[in-house]
Design a protein around this ligand. Structure first.
Ligand code: SAM
Length: 286
C-alpha cells in the first residue's frame, strides 16, 4: 500500500470498489491477517483484512447500531451479552451504552486487531474496553462456544466473511455452540453478507441454524462500504414474538434505555425485518 494510490477491494470476483489512499496509517501481517488501515477523504479511516473492507469511520454506525440495539431492545431484559469477533471495537462501544447489561464478553481471534484498532481507530471503541463489565478473550469463537460454561441473553457474531479464519463462524458446529450458550429465549444475530452478492451464504445459514432454533430470519440495512445492496443480519431465537414487537413497546424500551443513536430508531428496527421478495424467496427455498 502507498499514499496517493488506489486500494482495490478483492472480496467479490468480477466486481468491486476502490478507495483512494490519502495516507497509509498502518500495515502489518498479524497472526491471522494482512491488516491495513488508511485514510480516505470521503470515508475517514478505513480498515481492511486480507483485502476485504471491514469498517470505515464514516459508515460504521449503521452496522454497529443495527447489530446491537435490535437484539438488545427486542429481548428487553438483557443481562449478559457475548460478542464473537468485533476486533475493531465498534460493537463493544454500542453494547456498553446499555446500562442494564451486567456482563459483556468479547471473543476475538486476533489480539493485534484489537490493539491496532485502539490506536488507529480510537473512535470505534471509544474507551469501551475500560468498562468494568467487559471481559476480552483472545480465542477462536468456535472453540469458545463449544466449551464455555456460561449462558448469554444475546450473542452477536461480528465476524469477517466466510473465508479464512471467519469461515468457521458460519458453520453448523458454531451455531450449535451458540445455541448451547444462549439462555432460554435468547437471541443470536450475525452479519450475513449482502444477499444480492452472497445468497448462498444466507441460505447456508438458514439450513444450518434452523436445526437449532425455532426461528431463523434476517433483517437488513444498507451499509455503503458493504457493496452490492443492503446487508443481511441473521436472527435466530426460540422466541418468535421477539421480532414482532409493536412500535409502542420498542419506543418505550428505547426511551428507557436512554441511548443516543445516529441510525437506529424503533420504527427502523421494525421495518428492517420486512425483506425484499427475492430475499424472502431465497430463505424459503433454502
Ligand atoms: N464489520 C465487519 C464486516 O462485516 O466485514 C466485521 C468486522 S470485525 C473487524 C471482524 C472480526 O472478526 C475481526 O477482528 C476478526 O479477527 C474476527 N474473527 C474472524 N474469525 C474469527 C474467529 N474464528 N473467532 C473470533 N474472531 C474472529
Amino acid at each position: 500500500m502507498q499514499d496517493n494510490k488506489l486500494y482495490f477491494e478483492t472480496l467479490h470476483s468480477g466486481y468491486g470498489q476502490y478507495f483512494e489512499i490519502d495516507k497509509v496509517l498502518f500495515e502489518q501481517k498479524t497472526s491471522q491477517w494482512h491488516l491495513s488501515i488508511f485514510e480516505n477523504a470521503r470515508f475517514g479511516r478505513v480498515m481492511a483484512l486480507n483485502g476485504a473492507i471491514q469498517t470505515t469511520e464514516a459508515d460504521e454506525f449503521v452496522y454497529h447500531e443495527m447489530l446491537t440495539h435490535v437484539p438488545v431492545l427486542a429481548h428487553g431484559r438483557v443481562k449478559s451479552l457475548l460478542i464473537i469477533g468485533g476486533g475493531d471495537g465498534g460493537m463493544l462501544r454500542e453494547v456498553v451504552k446499555h446500562r442494564g447489561i451486567e456482563r459483556i464478553v468479547m471473543v476475538e481471534i486476533d489480539g493485534a486487531v484489537v490493539d491496532m484498532c485502539k490506536t488507529w481507530l480510537p473512535n470505534h471503541s471509544a474507551g469501551a474496553y475500560d468498562d468494568p463489565r467487559v471481559e476480552l478473550v483472545i480465542a477462536d469463537g468456535i472453540d469458545f462456544v463449544a466449551s464455555c460454561n456460561e449462558r448469554f441473553d444475546v450473542i452477536i457474531s461480528d465476524c469477517t466473511d466466510p473465508v479464512g479464519p471467519g469461515e468457521v463462524l458460519f458453520s453448523s458446529d458454531f451455531y450449535a455452540g451458540c445455541k448451547r450458550c444462549l439462555n432460554e429465549n435468547g437471541i443470536f444475530v450475525a452479519q450475513n453478507g449482502v444477499p444480492f452478492m452472497q445468497v448462498e451464504s444466507l441460505q447456508d445459514t438458514v439450513r444450518r441454524m434452523s436445526t437449532y432454533t425455532r426461528e431463523c430470519w434476517f433483517y437488513m440495512a444498507a451499509v455503503p462500504t458493504y457493496i452490492g445492496g443492503a446487508m443481511a443480519f441473521a436472527w435466530a431465537t426460540d422466541n418468535p414474538e421477539a421480532r414482532k414487537l409493536d412500535l409502542a413497546t420498542l419506543e418505550a424500551r428505547f426511551n428507557e434505555a436512554g441511548i443516543s443513536t445516529r441510525y437506529y430508531t424503533p420504527a427502523l428496527h421494525q421495518a428492517s425485518f420486512a425483506l425484499p421478495k427475492y430475499v424472502e424467496q431465497a430463505i424459503r427455498s433454502a
